[in-house]
Design a protein around this ligand. Structure first.
Ligand code: AMP
Length: 216
């Protein structure tokens, strides 16, 4: 089963993708995480994209399309994957359709995570993740069971994203409206889009997504 999670920054795509990964043995393909790993490794690609990401703008389509195409070819994707943060432009969506066609694969569900933009800045401002396993947390909505200790790998180091500051978040939300929101009618036209209310509690959203994918 292959899924796309669509929604603005802060909608909870990463949180739900991690949940789906655990429940269904799917692989979370977060293009944001891949790019952050490239930056951390100091690679040429990382150096090229750092300024763009710090400004909250989009990395060029050709880079992203190549990155996803190569990643989908890895053996761990054979059981299915969850695209989190890709596609983000119409060009990326069209390229994805073409590449999946060529690989004889398809997307089973496109899930729109719908949120009120007012809450997004608050959600984004409080989030952090485990430096060891990448599990996502939030100061208010999703604290580790034991303060300062990761629930999943017991590491005690956490990180916050540099682009999660209020000013960059505004740019990222504008970028979403201008470049990614047009994908909603694109997928609606293909009749594969389902919308879940991502304002609800995390486990309620998870249950809603389960209903969508269970009804395949
Ligand atoms: P995310 O972690 O999904 O919020 O992505 C963080 C940043 O990575 C974005 O603000 C973009 O600069 C870049 N990025 C991630 N995915 C894509 C994509 N599919 N296309 C272009 N830029 C992306």
């Amino acid at each position: 089963m292959n899924l796309i999670l669509l929604g603005p920054p802060g909608a909870g795509k990463g949180t739900q993708a991690q949940e789906l990964e655990r429940r269904h043995k799917l692989v979370q393909l977060s293009t944001g995480d891949m790019l952050r790993a490239a930056i951390a490794s100091g690679s040429d690609l990382g150096n090229e994209v750092k300024t763009i990401m710090d400004a909250g703008e989009l990395v060029p389509d050709d880079i992203m399309i190549r990155m996803i195409s190569e990643r989908i070819d890895q053996p761990d994707c054979a059981n299915g994957f969850i695209l989190d943060g890709f596609p983000r432009t119409t060009a990326q969506a069209e390229a994805l359709d073409k590449m999946l066609d060529e690989k004889d694969m398809k997307i089973d569900h496109v899930i729109e995570m719908s949120v009120d933009s007012e809450v997004l800045i608050k959600r984004i401002a409080g989030r952090f993740s485990c430096a060891g396993c990448g599990a996502g947390y939030h100061d208010e909505f999703q604290k580790p069971v034991q303060d300062g200790v990761c629930d999943h790998c017991s590491k005690t180091e956490f990180t916050r994203r540099p682009d999660d500051n209020p000013e960059t978040v505004r740019t990222r939300l504008d970028t979403y409206e201008a470049q990614t929101a047009p994908l909603l009618p694109y997928y609606r036209g293909k009749e594969s889009l389902r919308t879940v209310d991502a304002m609800a509690e995390i486990d309620v959203v998870t249950a809603e997504i389960e209903t969508v994918i269970g009804g395949a």
